[in-house]
Ligand binder design. Structure first.
Ligand SMILES: [Zn+2]
Ligand SMILES: [Zn+2]
Length: 287
C-alpha cells in the first residue's frame, strides 16, 4: 500500500541497503545510522512474526469515518512479554541515554510494558503510576514506537482494499500523524504530494501547497528550503504556524526507502531548529 516503496521482506532489505549506502555518503550521520541498523535488525523479526500472526479484528465498521483500524483493540497484554524481549535487544544497540527506560521495561512488570505500548499506540499521556517512575517519556515512547511500527506495518500490508481517503492530516489507516511527505509523478498528476504515516508507513495524497498543521494555503506564507548536498530532500515550512515537514522527491534515483533519508538528513532538522521551526512529527530517533 505505501506508494513507491516495497513491501514485506524487500522493504526491510531496502531500508538496510539505504542505511548502509548513506553511512558512506553522509559520514556525519554514520553513528545515527548505525543505531538505526541495529533497530532494524530487531524490528524485522517482529514484522515477520506479526505478518503471520492471527490478530483480533481491528477494523472499524465500514460506515465509520477514518481511521480504518482501531489500535485500541491490539492485544497489549499479550504483547507485553515480547515487547520486553525486544527492549532487551534494542538496548544493546542504542545509546546509554535509554538505559533507564530499558531497565524499567525489562524487569518483568508486564503491566508497565502493556501500558507503554497502549498509550504510545493511541498517542495518549502515560498514567500517573508510570509518570511516578521518573523515566523520560520520550525514551519509553521510543521503545513503544520501535516495537509497534513493524506490527502495525504488517497489519497494514494485510489490508486488501485501497485507502481512498485523501487530504487528511492523520493516517487514514491507523490515525498517526505523517512523518514526511513524498513527491511522485503519476499518470494524471506530475509531482503529486503524499504524506507517509509515522507508524505504519501507509501513504495518502495531500494537496501540494497547503500547510499540514494550520491549513495555510497562501503560497507567500509557505517556504521551501533545500540544502545543496541534499537535492532530493527538502523542507517545507509555514510562516503562519512555524511548523515544518520534510519532503522526499521519489523521482530522484535510488529513493526506495525514504524513511531512512528522512532520518539521515539531520542537518535539515538542525537548520529548522535554528530558524525557530517545529517539526510536525519527530521521527523514531527523536529528531
Ligand atoms: Zn498509519
Ligand atoms: Zn501552518
Amino acid at each position: 500500500m505505501p506508494t513507491g516503496v516495497e513491501q514485506g521482506g524487500p522493504l526491510w532489505q531496502a531500508r538496510r541497503n539505504r542505511a548502509v549506502a548513506l553511512q558512506t555518503a553522509r559520514p556525519h550521520a554514520a553513528d545515527l545510522l548505525d543505531s538505526y541498523l541495529g533497530v532494524l535488525d530487531c524490528q524485522e523479526p517482529v514484522y515477520k512474526t506479526s505478518r503471520d500472526a492471527r490478530w483480533p479484528d481491528l477494523r472499524n465498521p465500514e460506515s465509520n469515518t477514518p481511521p480504518r483500524l482501531s489500535l485500541e483493540r491490539l492485544p497489549y497484554e499479550s504483547l507485553a512479554q515480547p515487547f520486553s524481549e525486544f527492549v532487551h535487544e534494542v538496548q544493546k544497540v542504542m545509546p546509554e541515554a535509554l538505559t533507564q527506560a530499558a531497565t524499567a521495561l525489562d524487569t518483568g512488570n508486564l503491566t508497565v510494558n502493556a501500558e507503554v505500548l497502549q498509550k504510545t499506540a493511541l498517542q495518549q499521556p502515560f498514567s500517573a503510576s508510570i509518570q511516578s517512575l521518573q523515566i523520560e517519556v520520550t525514551a519509553l515512547q521510543f521503545f513503544g514506537r520501535a516495537f509497534l511500527e513493524p506490527i502495525v506495518e504488517a497489519i497494514a500490508h494485510h489490508q486488501d482494499r485501497p485507502l481512498h481517503q485523501a487530504g487528511g492530516t492523520v493516517c487514514p489507516l491507523c490515525n498517526w500523524p505523517p512523518q514526511f511527505a513524498t513527491l511522485q509523478d503519476e499518470t494524471e498528476i506530475q509531482g503529486r504530494r503524499s504524506l507517509v504515516c509515522a507508524l505504519c508507513s501507509v501513504a495518502w495524497s495531500f494537496p501540494r501547497t497547503v500547510c499540514i498543521k494550520c491549513g495555510e494555503a497562501n503560497a507567500e506564507n509557505l517556504h521551501y528550503h533545500v540544502a545543496d548536498s541534499l537535492p532530493y530532500m527538502r523542507v517545507e515550512a509555514c510562516n503562519s504556524c512555524h511548523t515544518y515537514i520534510k519532503v522526499a522527491d521519489l523521482r530522484a534515483e535510488g529513493l526506495l526507502a525514504p524513511v531512512v533519508d528522512e532520518l539521515a538528513s539531520v542537518e535539515l532538522d538542525l537548520w529548522c531548529k535554528e530558524q525557530g521551526l517545529t517539526k510536525f512529527q519527530t521521527n523514531l530517533l527523536g529528531m
